[in-house]
Design a protein around this ligand. Structure first.
Ligand SMILES: Cc1cc2nc3c(=O)[nH]c(=O)nc-3n(C[C@H](O)[C@H](O)[C@H](O)COP(=O)(O)O)c2cc1C
Length: 179
């Protein structure tokens, strides 16, 4: 048995962006597990600034899908988990004005996508922050208060089509000790 047969490694290598989902909702037990994994993500100084907006309202997902060409897949997803941070408060309270919140929220996103894969679901990262057409509409659809920003939404469901896992190392991008 090789090291890459390890189940966790298989989940990491097997995670792919899936944008077409079966018409099947995600069981509450799995949603709860995704949330638990979201809150287990590392964060700078353990501040844990992320809030999750759980979206399973089909009409709302449809509206999110209409926010831009590349967010259309939201309309066919049974579940979206938006990873949000009260950025105004975070910056004021902790003095991090360098975008660290985005790193914290990215860790949450990856935890959610990997946990989804681990329980037989697939997903995709829908970027929201810094995409004007999305950031101009999705936060208000989600009812985010002033000062709260959504980094992204993990769209999750049962994948309609299997994708092949990742494999290999891009040796041209590996540098030993010095670039
Ligand atoms: C920061 C970030 C933003 C992304 N935004 C989107 C997006 O808005 N829409 C989308 O369809 N995929 C988005 N993706 C998914 C990427 O397109 C995908 O990860 C990439 O093509 C590699 O494919 P894989 O996830 O199957 O390995 C995003 C991924 C990341 C990490």
């Amino acid at each position: 048995m090789s090291l890459s047969d390890n189940q966790t490694i298989r989940i990491i290598l097997g995670r792919r962006s899936v944008r077409i989902f079966e018409e099947k909702s995600v069981e509450t037990e799995k949603v709860d597990l995704l949330l638990e994994c979201a809150f287990a993500a590392p964060s700078a100084m353990n501040i844990r600034p992320c809030h999750l907006v759980v979206v399973d309202d089909k009409e709302l997902l449809k509206k999110i899908g209409e926010a831009s060409v590349h967010s259309r897949m939201a309309a066919g997803a049974p579940l979206g988990l938006a990873v949000c941070v009260d950025v105004a408060n975070y910056e004021k309270q902790h003095g991090f004005t360098d975008g660290t919140w985005m790193e914290d929220a990215s860790c949450v996103m990856e935890n959610v996508l990997l946990a989804a894969r681990a329980v037989g679901l697939e997903g995709v990262w829908l970027q929201i922050a810094n995409r004007p057409e999305r950031e101009g509409t999705i936060p208000s659809l989600l009812g985010l208060p002033d000062g709260v920003r959504a980094l992204a939404m993990a769209l999750v469901g049962y994948g309609a089509k299997a994708k092949s896992p990742h494999a290999g190392v891009d040796e041209a991008r590996v540098h030993h000790n010095r670039w």
